[in-house]
Design a protein around this ligand. Structure first.
Ligand SMILES: [Zn+2]
Length: 129
């Protein structure tokens, strides 16, 4: 049964094909990459795993499942939101609240229509208040 899906050169299936659990070293499924903090990173599918799964048998469909394999050496690190990235994002948001006129934190995002904080845009009203 293993021989049926053993096609390392892709002569039969078009791309290198291995039976389930027989993937060569250096190849991993998307899920396996993810488990180690990696992602395919735009690379092409390098190979595939084929296996029989009677659980997924449907009428008229062969009960064959496929999982695509990616090259581990071409995988890239997943870039999650680190505390540093959150800080950078907060800084970027904070920058949008800084009035370019008086350089203070207005406490709200500076309206693009004014281009400055309300106090700078309407100094008379502020003085009166
Ligand atoms: Zn201002």
């Amino acid at each position: 049964m293993a021989g049926r899906f053993w096609d390392p050169d892709g002569a039969r299936y078009g791309i290198p094909t291995y039976p389930f659990r027989m993937a060569p070293a250096g190849l991993a499924t998307r899920r396996q990459l993810r488990a180690t903090g990696l992602r395919p990173g735009g690379q092409e599918v390098a190979a595939q795993l084929l296996w029989f799964s009677h659980r997924y048998r449907r009428k008229g469909c062969p009960p064959v499942r496929v999982a695509y394999l990616y090259r581990v050496d071409q995988a890239r690190a997943v870039r999650p939101m680190t505390p540093r990235k959150w800080a950078a994002l907060a800084k970027a948001n904070a920058a949008r609240r800084i009035c370019p006129e008086c350089r203070t934190d207005a406490g709200y995002v500076i309206p693009t229509s004014l281009g400055m904080c309300v106090a700078c845009a309407h100094p008379e009203e502020q003085r009166a208040a």
